[in-house]
Ligand binder design. Structure first.
Ligand code: ZN
Length: 132
């Protein structure tokens, strides 16, 4: 299974929790694990709270740690080294338990797709593994 996502900014966090929950329901998996992974080297999957100030804080932290055009080697062939480096820090997947047909997430936990070199059309894989 997968999700198609059209992003609208160079860098942004998109809450994909409800789409993942829908795929878990459609799969009829009752117990197991759900792996959400991105297929791209300039995007990430993270879990955190969906609060607008915090979303800005996360993006500002990334921009502070990895400023654009800071003499990166990859910029010699493809002018997006900073996006790759941000993706390295955030990681490419998250694994979430499924119990009683539902994702096991804490009250404030949401699943985000992080666009780091947008806007683009992107694809996220959703893999469900059921155990008896
Ligand atoms: Zn590149």
């Amino acid at each position: 299974m997968h999700l198609d996502i059209s992003t609208s900014s160079r860098i942004e966090l998109i809450d994909i929790t409800s789409q993942i929950e829908q795929q878990v329901r459609d799969s009829r998996v009752q117990s197991g694990i759900c792996v959400v992974s991105t297929r791209h080297t300039t995007t990430s999957i993270i879990i955190n709270e969906n609060e607008s100030g915090l979303r800005s804080d996360i993006l500002n932290l990334l921009e502070h740690l990895i400023p654009p055009s800071a003499g990166y080697s990859h910029d010699r062939i493809d002018n997006n080294a900073e996006a790759h480096l941000k993706a390295v820090l955030l990681g490419s997947s998250e694994t979430i338990p499924v119990i009683d047909g539902k994702l096991v997430l804490g009250t404030w936990q949401r699943i985000f797709f992080a666009e780091l070199d947008g806007p683009r059309h992107r694809t996220v894989n959703v893999t469900l593994i059921s155990h008896p």
